[in-house]
Write a protein of this length. Structure first.
Length: 189
């Protein structure tokens, strides 16, 4: 049973899906969530985590120098020492010293094909470029921005979408299932 720590910044919809799968779904026999971490004390996902009975922790990034925040985060993660750190809408770049401390143990989901688009606003990028399909990519985090080794990619058909909100809804629906499927593959003994 792998111990995972999930990191969020906002609403925590991917964290919720992983928590549901860890408690009653495809991740049930593979992992245990030891903590849900946020860099924002008012992240809506923290309340969701608490409703699942999960331990939460906040280290506010706002108002702190990047170096100070990263140092506090690294110290916290070393103390927790999870088997995997799962980024689920965590909106800060992971510092190189954290990546080096946890090589091939930090996993992210990206709302685009990382070979075509890195960084923020993946669904907007697909919509603005009038793509018929886009991808969701689950990957290991390295020191680059969305450049880590790909664990899996899943196509999202957005050909019928008329608004960016529709693209996001279709993408999130796939993310919520696909992220747990990829995590299960990595955590299999």
């Amino acid at each position: 049973m792998k111990k995972i720590l999930i990191m969020i910044t906002g609403r925590g919809s991917n964290m919720r899906a992983i928590a549901e799968n860890a408690q009653n779904g495809i991740l049930k026999d593979y992992c245990e969530i030891t903590e849900v971490f946020s860099n924002k004390k008012d992240a809506p996902g923290l309340e969701i985590a608490a409703n699942f009975g999960l331990e939460t922790c906040v280290i506010e990034s706002k108002g702190k120098k990047r170096k100070t925040y990263n140092s506090l985060l690294l110290e916290h993660l070393k103390k927790k020492n999870p088997d995997f750190i799962i980024l689920a809408g965590y909106m800060k770049i992971i510092a190189p010293e954290i990546v080096q401390e946890f090589p091939n143990r930090i996993i992210n989901i990206h709302p685009a094909d990382t070979a075509l688009h890195q960084g923020l606003h993946g669904y907007e990028w697909a919509f603005e470029n009038k793509l018929k399909t886009t991808k969701v990519t689950v990957h290991f985090v390295d020191e680059g921005l969305d450049t880590g080794k790909v664990i899996g990619k899943k196509e999202v058909d957005i050909s019928e979408c008329k608004t960016i909100e529709e693209v996001e809804q279709k993408g999130l629906k796939i993310e919520h299932r696909f992220y747990s499927e990829c995590l299960k593959e990595i955590m299999k003994p």
